[in-house]
Design a protein around this ligand. Sequence first.
Ligand code: OXD
Ligand code: MN
Length: 633
Amino acid sequence: MLWLTLTSLNITPSLVGRALGSVRSASAVSGAIQSALGHHKALAEYVEHYAGLCNPDALHVCDGSEGEYTTFMETMVEDGSMFKLNEAKRPNSYLARSDPRDVARSEESTFISCVNEEDAGPTNNWRDPVEMKATMANLYKDCMVGRTMFVVPFSMGPIGGPISHIGVQLTDSMHVAASMRLMTRMGKAPLEALGTDGEFVKCMHSVGYPLADGKADVAWPCDPDNKYITHYPEENLAESYGSGYGGNSLLGKKAFALRLASAMGKREGWLAEHMLILGVTNPEGKKKYVAAAFPSACGKTNFAMLEPTMPGWKVECVGDDIAWMKFGPDGKLYAINPENGFFGVAPGTSMGTNPNAMRSLDRDCIYTNVAMTADGDVWWEGMTEETPEGMTNWLGEPHNPASNTPAAHPNSRFTVPIANCPVLDPNFEALEGVPIDAIMFGGRRPTTIPLVHEAFSWNHGVLMGASVASEKTAAATGDDIGEIRHDPFAMLPFCGYNMGDYFQHWIDMGKTEGAKLPSMYLVNWFRQDPETGKFIWPGFGENSRVLKWIFERTDGVTDNAAKTPIGYVPTPDALDTDGLAGITNDELTELLRVDPDAWQREINQSDEYLTSTFGPKLPAELKNEIESLKKSF
Ligand code: OXD
Ligand code: MN
């Protein structure tokens, strides 16, 4: 039956990148697909299944070459879905403007479809997989008429590494196929690495805008009223429909590398985390690696590539968003960044806040929803102090600087190869990953949480991660200042299974025989002066001072911390403040202060959240940690 549908498939030699000739008969189509996919039976079946359902006009197996990328970009410039930026100002760079109804991740349309509802847990939208598949099949039916289905083989992590995994995305968006080349190791190499029977994760995507009966295409096709980003962790399958926005459509990222991979990690004994990875080198040349989880709007990308303000110290970036971590034969926890590019928020990025991101963006970028200057360059709020004249805003309209509306969408993005990062860590491609000495958690907390403190133990650190929260600030909330939004491990929208089981998995990882466990830290760059509301800590490059303290702690220095009921806090003189302008001793004391009353409230709040949300799934080890913290005051 499938074959009948497939007879209409037009596989041309240029499309599949090899001399297939024009194929018409069902078996010839099937043969052509198999040959284009390296005779990988399961892969051919996967492609044929969705091609049969979606009924594309053509099939293109991506080879990942530069020539292919150039052809994609030229095609999109020609059809008006991409603008070429001024080559002299931003070489090899493009701008796309999305449908205004498709500008961000859609958490309400994001689902975990596993057999038992309990396995999705209280923090996920659950759907029965059989029902969900039926819903998706309905949407996918003929959804690619008039379009090409791109087969996008990609590796998350260096190809062949012990922590890496391969995925194959199917998509009807050329923009998505092109972006996958920037964000992953995409094309021929991962396809060849699969051989004839290698395992791969299935990532199916459609923008949901078929071109039946001569319907004209639009610059940003999508189906905003029918978005679904759904995950079947038991089948290593993600299905996405209706959105072209990167977080919903570049399925290697949040869908595979976090939601599906977190469940794979639970089954197989490793960790898939919403964490940046950086290397920090001291003036003597000794290097350590740190992984860090922060909820959104906490400056994660800035921290991942910060420029240290202390002479002789160096920070290098392995990744800004996701870490996959596994114990190595020497008992250390090794991490890779599974991605190969940055998909970052543009507004707020500047030479002041993140010079290394700015330098990464000089060329080779696909921008989405930023503003365009009169001379064909890009701009966003916060990039420069002055707003340039004569810009076109993210909607493609003339920007009125007097209006209150921003020129760039607040979630406008850049997509750029990680190779462009001037401080890319030399071990970024290391197959086995980099050894992690410290794990950091952070949130935006105007009160209570000191600048940095160290956990007493692994389980205490897991409680720190489970208790991650960001407080609403006065500016955002008016009269409910101090209200806490919990975001355990910054994984709330990204954990592919029951988060109670996820906490248990972290605890169990800590019991791994022979493991040399990283130390764990909670940091807070956002403590405010209780009187003035001003941020006490300058942040950005100055955060390297906190990294230095962590470096020394993991290097065996013990006399640089005071033991408090909540963990080890730097003694005031342990934090290197040489050359740190504009911070008084009193302010430093306030930054490091552990207020017993506030902390008792804090622990009660965490207890209340964790117990009421996860009930019996809250691991006994975490309950013990909470109880011992309560008793320590
Ligand atoms: C992201 C996110 O885009 O966390 O990285 O939403
Ligand atoms: Mn993220």
